[in-house]
Design a protein around this ligand. Structure first.
Ligand code: NOJ
Length: 494
């Protein structure tokens, strides 16, 4: 007969055999207070109630169109800058492209079944602009719209809430040919596209994000050139590109509201996750200053409708050109802020003009497969806290968080990615602290449901909690997927 360990303070019950009960009792007798009753001594090790998330916390996963869909020439899809870039020799690891990726365009039902098996409550996906407007503007492509309607219907049938990102970096090549984000027109075209997609999906999608990681697609695409379209612009031109991107976001917020006043609008921002190196008042104050300043051209201008004085001063003649009306649009109020958080940027106080300094990571700092992916779990506590303090944000989601592991199936085909579990457990622990303290984070989206096309790193870097064999397209849940399933089922860090 199995025993059930149970205490009033714990809702966790655990079947346990007589033999292990005896073993456990013996070990407890060594560490516990001899006089305390058994349940009182063992309960702390088994309790999860203090690591719980509130009821209704939204557990999800995230993917993006070019990274998973494939089918790049199907059903009238136009070319994007990533089609062009990835086919250019030497631009991506191994020359990998997203031509096939996870073939989710055809296998989306299978992917939704994986989500359901994990117990996901929400799915963040993105719409490929060139599937909707193959030339970026002009006549829409009905078959592209049909695909996203099918996908959303499948999610809803399975009780999974769709969260739709409108731009996850696959700009129509036709628009890049006219200047891409260097041209202000792209911001206008984007808002038109955003309004159009919303009009087609808002009967079934209630949460929209304008853009994903503006910092990444501007700085990597138009600054360092390691992402599409692969340009290396001068500082002033880059500042203008960023301005057009945030303007596109703001105009899109307005367009979405105009066509569907009932939907909720936000964005997915990879905020520079400024984190006090030490939890002490002067460090916390410095981290707050840093959070505002280090995000001046992204989240700060979107939250405040103005660029900070220091940002403009530092750029000097390279500062972006803008109008008051543009700033107003950029600052359009949002219903929620999505934060993509992978790493922490540690901050310490300073007597310099800014009042803080970033601490460079020592060479010995631990990281995952991607050297940039350093481990900083406290970021999942501090970023929501500082964002709320700075801008009184009422609702937040972690729209991405995850890690790339050296996933190799064992002889039985299992992927036992204990390092990814360690990462997720630690990050979620800090997120749980934030939520328990009343910081309004309403959900968490793990990056990613599937191994997929990791941009310039091709298929070499795997971020999935589901392993994908790219030769056969077979999906296998990793151990981290099992871990996440357990987190969701218990609604707690486990
Ligand atoms: C951020 C991006 O949004 C996503 O596309 C990318 O794959 C992950 N981070 C991992 O690098």
């Amino acid at each position: 007969m199995p025993f059930t360990l149970f205490s009033k303070r714990s809702f966790l019950t655990l079947p346990i055999s007589r033999r292990s009960f005896a073993r456990l009792a013996a070990s407890v007798a060594v560490i516990g207070t001899p006089t305390a009753p058994f349940a009182e001594q063992t309960a702390p090790a088994l309790r999860v109630d203090d690591r719980r998330f509130p009821e209704g916390f939204l557990w999800g996963s995230a993917t993006a169109s070019y990274q998973v869909e494939g089918a790049v020439t199907e059903d009238g899809r136009g070319f994007s800058i990533w089609d062009t870039f990835s086919h250019r020799p030497g631009k991506t690891y191994n020359g990998d492209t997203g031509d096939v990726a996870d073939d989710s365009y055809h296998r989306y039902k299978e992917d939704v079944a994986v989500m359901r098996a994990i117990g996901l409550k929400a799915c963040r996906f993105s719409v490929a602009w060139p599937r909707i407007f193959p030339q970026g503007t002009g006549a829409p492509n009905q078959k592209g719209i049909d695909y996203y309607q099918r996908l959303v219907d499948e999610l809803l049938r399975n009780g999974i809430q769709p969260f739709c990102t409108l731009y996850h970096w696959d700009l129509p090549q036709a628009l890049e040919d006219k200047g891409g984000w260097q041209s202000r027109d792209t911001a206008e075209h984007f808002s038109h596209y955003a309004g159009f997609v919303t009009s087609k999906l808002s009967d079934r999608v209630k949460n929209f994000m304008t853009m994903n990681e503006i910092r990444s697609f501007t700085e990597l695409g138009y600054g360092s050139g390691i992402h599409a379209p692969g340009l290396q612009l001068a500082a002033g031109q880059l500042a203008q590109v960023k301005h057009h991107a945030v303007l596109g976001h703001g105009l899109a917020v307005q367009a979405i509201r105009a066509v569907a006043p009932g939907v909720r609008v936000g964005l997915a921002d990879n905020v520079e996750a400024c984190t006090p190196a030490i939890e002490a008042p002067s460090y916390i104050a410095a981290a707050q200053l840093a959070m505002r300043e280090e995000n001046a051209s992204y989240l700060t201008v979107m939250m405040e409708g103005r660029y900070t004085d220091l940002y403009l001063k530092r750029l000097g003649k390279d500062a972006p050109r803008f109008t008051a009306a543009e700033l107003k649009a950029i600052g359009s109020p949002l219903d929620f802020v999505g934060l993509n958080i992978y790493t922490a940027t540690y901050i310490h106080p300073s007597s310099n003009e800014a009042g803080y300094e970033r601490i460079p990571n020592p060479n010995s700092f631990p990281h995952f497969m991607s050297p940039w992916l350093t481990v900083g779990p406290e970021a999942l506590y501090w970023s929501p806290r500082l964002v709320q303090q700075l801008w009184n944000v009422k609702e937040m989601y972690i729209t991405e968080n995850g890690a790339d592991s050296d996933d190799k199936p064992n002889h039985e085909g299992q992927v036992l990615d204990t390092d990814r579990i360690m990462y997720l457990r630690n990050y979620l622990g800090h997120l749980q602290r934030a939520v328990a303290e009343g910081i309004p984070v309403r959900g968490y989206f793990c990056w990613s449901l599937l191994d997929n096309y990791e941009w310039a790193d091709g298929y070499e870097k795997r971020f999935g909690i589901t392993y994908v064999d790219f030769k056969t397209q077979k999906r296998t849940l990793k151990l981290s997927g099992e871990f996440y399933k357990e987190v969701i089922a218990r609604n707690a860090v486990v």
